[in-house]
Design a protein around this ligand. Structure first.
Ligand SMILES: Cc1cc2nc3c(=O)[nH]c(=O)nc-3n(C[C@H](O)[C@H](O)[C@H](O)COP(=O)(O)OP(=O)(O)OC[C@H]3O[C@@H](n4cnc5c(N)ncnc54)[C@H](O)[C@@H]3O)c2cc1C
Length: 389
């Protein structure tokens, strides 16, 4: 997943994933329900994530990161998401910001920012969406005007993950609002919190609790040219969307975790809950549900690993990442819904974990490009690859 693409052996991977599994079981499982219901930011878990190197998971070793390939990273996200999906967002959005700097930044920007991103000393995310522009990213209105010595930035971003608890974001703006086509007037900045950068409000959400989603306001916020990623205006749209293949593989991995986690909860419950004198897993109607859930979860995993492997080989993978993201997120939603129904009335209770999966899953259908858009991307790319012209 890194720019440098370090070697990472199967043995290294097994040790890392075993550590993540044990950490998930020991530290996350016992507290997830309490934190989720209180919508509490997990500060002490963030400290542990720092120690484990998760904030540098996909940053090259040269800059102090772990340098994980996309496949290993996806498996790691699957493990954590099968218990507590939302906390993967704390390091994932941060890693997408880091990727933009590593892939497109100047040598000075990389050596200045990446070690601090890798250690977690500076944490953040991606500031793209605005109140009036999400899918249509080229419709953003935040502007950065050069006044002869620095950029003066004005505008509002919304739904920004890590926008409140983090200290820096990759900020997409218009440096030329009149450019045609519109993307040519867009630029991406490394934007640390300081005067002129304020948090408007915390967004209240259905699920995806504990991680902060903030509205961010820029009021005559000033940045020097050294903060413009790559040092050249007009590259922002491609820099911001350049990490989307990886972003989609990550969301797919979250979907796999949710689909597998929901399946596991349903399977465990169905073996102990009895009706009409036998465990409900022995009723054919429940078996039909479980059979579909197992298949969906497995298919989602295979599609996601296929996309990650394609990425690790350095090949174009927009169609593969799109298919993985689309399928795995829908699998998450379907498995969570079915698992909740298998729990009967208890599935509707906050005492059981399954209600969290039911609330968390829909986000995976929205983030990193909605599933409506994914299907169009997949279709267009397929036609391009199989053109009759
Ligand atoms: C919890 C959460 C966290 C988020 N974190 C971040 C973050 O960290 N950084 C960030 O920048 N953003 C973030 N977002 C924003 C997210 O990326 C957007 O919500 C998403 O891109 C959709 O944009 P929108 O909400 O403006 O919907 P819209 O773009 O208004 O879309 C509304 C509906 O119309 C459909 N649609 C739009 N255009 C088309 C079309 N051409 N054809 C067919 N259908 C179409 C969409 O699929 C959707 O169903 C987050 C959102 C949430 C909910």
């Amino acid at each position: 997943m890194t720019v440098a693409n370090e070697k990472f052996s199967r043995e290294d991977e097994a040790i890392l994933l075993d550590t993540i599994q044990r950490w998930t079981d020991r530290e996350l499982k016992p507290i997830v329900k309490e934190y989720d219901h209180a919508d509490r930011y997990p500060h002490e878990i963030v400290e542990q994530m720092k120690e484990m190197g998760l904030f540098g998971a996909t940053i090259s070793q040269e800059y102090g990161g772990l340098g994980l390939p996309a496949t290993t990273y996806a498996k790691l996200v699957m493990i954590i998401s099968s218990v507590w999906m939302s906390i993967t967002g704390i390091f994932n959005s941060h890693l997408i910001m880091s990727l933009a700097v590593e892939k497109f930044g100047t040598p000075e920007q990389k050596s200045l920012w990446l070690p601090k991103f890798a250690s977690g000393e500076i944490r953040g995310g991606l500031g793209l969406t605005e109140p009036d522009a999400g899918t249509d990213l080229q419709g953003i209105r935040t502007t950065a005007k050069w006044n002869g010595s620095e950029y003066v930035i004005n505008g509002t971003k919304t739904w920004i993950s890590n926008g409140i608890e983090g200290s820096c974001i990759a900020l997409l703006v218009k440096t030329d609002p009149n450019a045609e086509p519109r993307y040519k007037g867009m630029s991406l900045f490394i934007a640390p919190k300081k005067e002129g950068f304020t948090v408007g409000k915390k967004m209240e959400k259905l699920g995806y609790k504990c991680i902060d989603s903030g509205e961010l306001v820029f009021d005559n916020y000033r940045l020097s040219k050294e903060h413009l990623i790559g040092g050249v205006e007009g590259q922002g749209f491609f820099q911001a969307t350049g990490g989307l293949e990886l972003g989609r593989i990550n969301v797919a991995a979250r979907g796999v975790g949710l689909a597998e986690g929901a399946l596991r909860l349903a399977s465990d419950y169905a073996q102990v809950r009895k009706t009409f004198g036998k465990p409900i897993c022995e009723h054919q109607a429940i078996q039909l549900k479980l059979g579909e859930m197992v298949t969906r979860a497995r298919a989602a995993r295979l599609l996601t690993l296929d996309a990650a492997e394609t990425f690790d080989r350095g090949e174009r993978c927009d169609m593969e990442a799109g298919m993985a993201k689309f399928f795995a997120s829908e699998a998450a939603l379907e498995n969570s819904t079915e698992a909740m129904r298998i729990h009967g009335g208890y599935g509707y209770s906050k005492e059981y974990d399954i209600e969290r999966f039911y609330r968390d899953s829909p986000l995976t259908c929205i983030g990193e490009g909605t599933n409506e858009m994914q299907r169009m991307i997949i279709a267009r790319q397929y036609i391009k690859r199989h053109s009759v012209a």
